[in-house]
Structures are given as structure tokens and as C-alpha cells.
Design a protein around this ligand. Structure first.
Ligand code: FE
Length: 169
């Protein structure tokens, strides 16, 4: 019995170290809210379904993840602003977008400190930091601590959750 407990403890430690190594542990310090919080833009599931396309609905309202490299903006280098595809709140700027090599649009910070909020997500075996729109609660993606300076953060965002508005020249 004792041996089994010891084995279990070893397994948990090993799994935790692995999770940390691959950047899957949540960014605790950044956690700011809970999905139970109220949002400025509130719609029923049926209303969201009508407003959004199927893919956008699955990502924004059901927290699905789109495939890497097969999405609209991962390789978009044009200057402009990325709005929430649900409520059009500006969330990210091309100025903070970088090529993370992951196949998803990646930013090292949001356009404003209060543009997005985070919560711990237990959808996978390991807890992750989920990122959502401050105004409508729409799921955007996840936050990791392996981004470039100066923040060291990587906002890994679904293209389907964004609407790109090119800069006026
Ligand atoms: Fe939104």
C-alpha cells in the first residue's frame, strides 16, 4: 500500500515537471476572473448561433480550438487591429503580433490591459490559462509563459475568434 502511494506521488511529480517543461501549467499570476462573472454583452446560445458562423460559434462560445496553420490570421503580417469576432471589442494589435511557429495568431500582449480576462481551464489533463474577451466572455485561446520579451507571454489565439481590421493608410 505504501509502495503504491509512493509510486503515485512519483507519477504526479513526473507529470507536473513534464507539464511545466512543455509550458502547460497555468499562468497563475495572470488570472483575473471567472466565467461566472457577468459580461456587458450577454446573449442566449440561440442568439449567438444566429450571429456567428458555425466555426466561430464553436470557438467563441464552446471553447473549441481551430486547427493550427489552417486558419485565417496565423501568418497575417498586415498592420491593423484584431477585434473580438463576437462583440468587436479591440483585443490585439499587429504591433504585438509575432511568429510563434505554433500555427495560431500569437501576441505578446493585448491591445489594452483590460481587453481580455483569464481563468484556469481544466479541459485538458493539465490546467491551462484560458483567455476570453472582457466584454462578451467569448473564448479567444490560451496564455502561456514562453513568449518573447518584454512580457515573456504568449497569447495563443484562434483566428475564428478574431476579426481583423487593416490599418487605414
Ligand atoms: Fe467580445
Amino acid at each position: 500500500m505504501e509502495r503504491r502511494t509512493l509510486l503515485k506521488a512519483g507519477l504526479v511529480l513526473g507529470v507536473s515537471l513534464f507539464a511545466k517543461a512543455v509550458g502547460l501549467l497555468p499562468v497563475q499570476a495572470k488570472e483575473s476572473t471567472d466565467m461566472k462573472d457577468t459580461f456587458e454583452v450577454i446573449k442566449t446560445e440561440e442568439e449567438w448561433k444566429k450571429l456567428l458562423g458555425e466555426e466561430q460559434f464553436q470557438v467563441l462560445r464552446k471553447a473549441h480550438t481551430e486547427p493550427p496553420f489552417k486558419n485565417k490570421y496565423f501568418d497575417n503580417k498586415a498592420p491593423g487591429t484584431y477585434l473580438c469576432a463576437g462583440c468587436e471589442l479591440p483585443l490585439f494589435s499587429s504591433k504585438e503580433k509575432y511568429d510563434s511557429g505554433t500555427g495560431w495568431p500569437s501576441f505578446w500582449k493585448p491591445i489594452a490591459d483590460d481587453a481580455v480576462r483569464t481563468k484556469t481551464d481544466y479541459a485538458m489533463i493539465f490546467p491551462r490559462t484560458e483567455v476570453h474577451c472582457r466584454r462578451c466572455g467569448g473564448h479567444q485561446g490560451h496564455l502561456f509563459e514562453d513568449g518573447p520579451p518584454p512580457t515573456g507571454l504568449r497569447y495563443c489565439i484562434n483566428s475564428a475568434a478574431l476579426k481583423f481590421v487593416p490599418e487605414q493608410s
